[in-house]
Design a protein around this ligand. Sequence first.
Ligand code: NAD
Length: 307
Amino acid sequence: MGWLDGKVAIVTGAGRGIGRGEAILLAAEGARVVVNDLGTAREGDGTDRSPAQSVVDEITAAGGEAVATYDDVSTWKGAEATVARAVETYGRLDVLVNNAGILRDAMSFSMTEEQWDDVIRVHLKGHFATSHFACRYWRGQSKVAGDAPVGGRIVNTASESGLFGMAGQANYSAAKAGIASLTIVLAREMRKYGVTVNAIAPRARTRMTSGVPGADEFMIAKPGEYDEWSPDNVAPVVGFLASEAAADVSGQIFVVWGSHVYLMRGWSLVHDFDAGARRWAIGDLVAGKADLFAPAPRGSKIPVMGF
Ligand SMILES: NC(=O)c1ccc[n+]([C@@H]2O[C@H](COP(=O)([O-])OP(=O)(O)OC[C@H]3O[C@@H](n4cnc5c(N)ncnc54)[C@H](O)[C@@H]3O)[C@@H](O)[C@H]2O)c1
């Protein structure tokens, strides 16, 4: 008995790195998995079918069920084909894990239009396009079932670069912040159909982190010790979010690495300025500046928007 018996899952960018570990774990927990990977270089160039195929082979050799797709999920056509592949091959779709990504770092003043467009397209559009077709499918299933909840799951992949901002990654940080926001929007929209939408912000040693200043020095595997930077450490959180055990978890963002899972909270109110319901001017705000930027009080009341 696995946590995901009977489920059908898609993992995008599952040919290597974090996505590979997620696809293998979902399959080991009983899901039939569509292993999507365009097989690009780290910067997004080229295509290669072998990464997706080798993960399918690995899953099959371990007694699981999987099929490969080599679609570019950052196109409407590729995203639609990937979702259709799950339904055509296995008759249903339960879980969509959006993970595919590339990196094209540059400082804002040096970034080219192509670097900006490619990273925004692969990450942000690549998350939205697949979600669009999966949500359309789930909404249709719900209608057929007389507006019954369908129990779908989306797990997006954000990044701490998007939550906190990282110099040299204007394109990537903006895309990942967009994915965090998209996660909340989709969670709100899909709640009535019984679909949960969450995001992870992982930290792991993959080709994406190799060459990043500092990362190669500390993201190392020490022989005989728990490998806290293994990309496979991320998968259990995705498996949990995909399972029935997380049916009541939606609109959340988790930082995940090693054996750690951190539940994150986003923008929150610190202090307010109120000129007192009258026409006000710059000088009023100058006068109120010290209060507005005063140290944050402990236990301040933060307005929380409910779903
Ligand atoms: N490694 C980290 O520490 C880290 C940190 C934060 C976020 N992330 C995110 O995790 C995800 C996985 O990254 P990774 O570190 O495993 O990188 P990776 O480069 O090992 O894997 C990404 C995979 O996505 C595939 N891909 C790229 N463009 C695609 C497209 N258009 N359609 C389909 N597949 C495509 C690539 O071929 C590759 O196999 C990414 O979204 C990344 O931004 C990683």
